[in-house]
Design a protein around this ligand. Structure first.
Ligand code: HEC
Length: 106
């Protein structure tokens, strides 16, 4: 019984350690949206090109990015994205606040 418990505990340990590896690498982020509505063309698209498109070529058009907008802001706010690089709070705000103002094609 003791042996079984030890094996079970070790397995749970390995399992949870594995999970923490694939979960958030960054820390969660709370956006601050003030001022004028952000522009897709001048604010958002260049950031997506620089920080996301290397891995997500599907986000390179307005249609695909706006279709996935809830996921996009959720992933940035949770700190899960971007990966392998980081954005300043101003850059995160530009994308998240553009989405929260309805992701206009402006
Ligand atoms: C180095 C590669 C890499 C970069 C850069 C990157 N991602 Fe991701 N992204 C991934 C991988 C891999 C997944 C698969 C799911 C996971 O592991 O979380 C993912 C998943 C996602 C998802 C959830 C799935 C989906 O398609 O809806 C969203 C949304 C997302 N990323 C948005 C972004 C945004 C926005 C940026 C830029 C700010 C970004 N990612 C930058 C690799 C990357």
């Amino acid at each position: 019984m003791k042996k079984f418990l030890a094996v079970a505990l070790i397995s749970i340990g390995i399992w949870t350690a594995g999970c923490s590896k694939i979960s958030n690498s960054g820390s969660s982020y709370t956006p601050s949206c003030t001022g004028a509505v952000k522009s897709y063309k001048t604010d958002v698209a260049p950031l997506i090109r620089t920080y996301c498109s290397g891995c997500h070529s599907n986000f390179s058009t307005y249609a695909s990015l706006s279709a996935d907008r809830n996921n996009v802001s959720g992933q940035i706010e949770s700190g899960n994205m971007p990966r392998g690089t980081s954005m300043s709070s101003t850059q995160k705000d530009a994308i998240i606040c553009w989405i929260s103002s309805g992701a206009p094609n402006n």
